[in-house]
Ligand binder design. Structure first.
Ligand SMILES: Cc1cc2nc3c(=O)[nH]c(=O)nc-3n(C[C@H](O)[C@H](O)[C@H](O)COP(=O)(O)OP(=O)(O)OC[C@H]3O[C@@H](n4cnc5c(N)ncnc54)[C@H](O)[C@@H]3O)c2cc1C
Length: 394
């Protein structure tokens, strides 16, 4: 396995880097410079700029409007965007339902839904979790009943629906047969958020953003052609989607950027008359994180080598999710520890907190969730134990 980049790949990295430097509008570059939290407005603005360039979906094949980049160039493009701190795009259309429709969707579904996802004209959200079905996802209770006239009638509640308040569409797991083993009676259904009977109740997070919602369905009528994949075969579709979601959470470039910020803060903050960076305990924590990130990067390259050969993400995506999410959290924990009382300040607090440190507190709070969403890390450990290490269930 050769993990080095070719001269052409290095040239591509340069091309991406210089394009970002000119394409990122000044007001977004100013937010990137202080690692501010972006809202949906900024994400969609950047989505459209990337779309114009043809780079909004590096992983989509040409036949569906993607740039047709090989796996290494896709990785380089994503990493450079993360390193530059550009707005993070909503993953639900581009990274989840889009690839799913390519794999399992009917041609008519692909034609209807893929172009507006790419163009940023329709925003999606994910309706998997329910109040009593998170880790044990197959226990979900939202029902879709056949009305005998070409529709399903949907009733139930989804929870933790990120971006539901902005979304035009939601992809849902629904129970279409309650008489069989729980995994065997689930279907993957696309629902128009403007349908009568859909109610969204956003929740304000401790990180200060209304990023997720409870979503309620009351007698919502959905055409039967909105089922993706076989009726009652949604469990296989659902698991394929989770592989894409978990690989995405690896976020090597994002963590590299956060670790760099951590080091800059450590060089700036004085403790006992010398920079935090010169204190052995902080140096040790930074070194530990650097080593963990390097190892994570190597694991990513190995997954990349598999992707280059055309393999879909397998159980190794659980390792990427597990380690990637831990690193993200630890970067913010370390930054907050070094900042001391300044880490109690909030958001854009100029004059109180130096610019580099202004956004650490909300990011620290929001990142408590990385080890939970996408399937909690305890569950990822179970998957690794069973499918990679071959350990027995109990
Ligand atoms: C910020 C955020 C955004 C989210 N966005 C979305 C979204 O857009 N769409 C969506 O559908 N969902 C979303 N989720 C939901 C997320 O996927 C679930 O929270 C997650 O899968 C855990 O499920 P739960 O919350 O029901 O926890 P539970 O399943 O109740 O688990 C509670 C704890 O018990 C542990 N546990 C449970 N079972 C086991 C086991 N068998 N072995 C070992 N430990 C176990 C868990 O790891 C966890 O620590 C989001 C969550 C968060 C926090």
């Amino acid at each position: 396995m050769d993990l080095s980049f070719t001269p052409e790949q290095i040239a591509f990295r340069e091309e991406v880097r210089s394009w970002i430097a000119t394409a990122l509008p000044p007001h977004l570059a100013a937010l990137a410079a202080v690692d501010a939290q972006y809202g949906m407005k900024e994400s969609m603005e950047w989505h459209k700029i990337l779309y114009q360039k043809g780079w909004v979906a590096p992983h989509w094949p040409k036949e569906h409007g993607g740039p047709g980049l090989d796996a290494t160039r896709r990785f380089i493009l994503t990493e450079e965007l993360e390193l530059a701190g550009t707005p993070i795009l909503s993953p639900f259309g581009l990274h989840m339902v889009g690839p799913l429709l390519m794999q399992f969707g009917a041609e008519a579904q692909q034609k209807r839904f893929l172009p507006p996802i790419l163009a940023g004209e329709e925003v999606w959200c994910q309706g998997y979790s329910e109040p009593n079905a998170g880790s044990d996802l197959a226990s979900l209770q939202t029902r879709a009943e056949d009305d005998g006239a070409g529709h399903f009638v949907v009733n139930g509640q989804k929870t933790w629906t990120t971006y539901a308040q902005y979304a035009d569409w939601i992809f849902c797991l629904v129970r279409t047969d309650a008489s069989v083993k729980k995994q065997a009676g689930i279907s993957f259904l696309l629902i128009d958020m403007k349908s009568p009977g859909v109610t969204v109740r956003p929740t304000l997070t401790i990180g200060g953003t209304p990023s997720f919602s409870d979503t309620f369905f009351e007698n919502v009528v959905v055409p039967k052609e909105n089922v993706v994949g076989p009726l009652n075969g949604g469990w296989t579709v659902a698991k394929a989607l989770l592989g894409h979601e978990r690989t995405l959470i690896a976020a090597v470039g994002y963590s590299r950027r956060q670790l760099r910020r951590c080091k800059r803060i450590a060089a700036e903050v004085m403790i006992g008359g010398k920079p935090a960076l010169e204190h052995p305990s902080y140096r040790a924590r930074l070194a530990h994180l650097e080593i963990k990130l390097r190892a994570h990067q190597m694991a990513n390259y190995r997954a990349l080598a598999g992707a280059q050969l055309g393999h879909a993400p397998g159980p190794e995506s659980s390792i990427l999710k597990l380690v990637g999410s831990e690193i993200q959290q630890q970067c913010f924990e370390l930054a907050a520890d070094i900042m001391g009382e300044n880490s109690l300040s909030w958001f854009n607090d100029p004059g109180v907190v130096p610019p580099l440190e202004q956004w650490v507190a909300p990011a620290y709070c929001y990142n408590r969730a990385t080890t939970i969403y996408g399937g909690s890390n305890e569950i990822q450990k179970n998957i690794i134990a069973k499918w990679i290490l071959g350990l027995p269930d109990r």
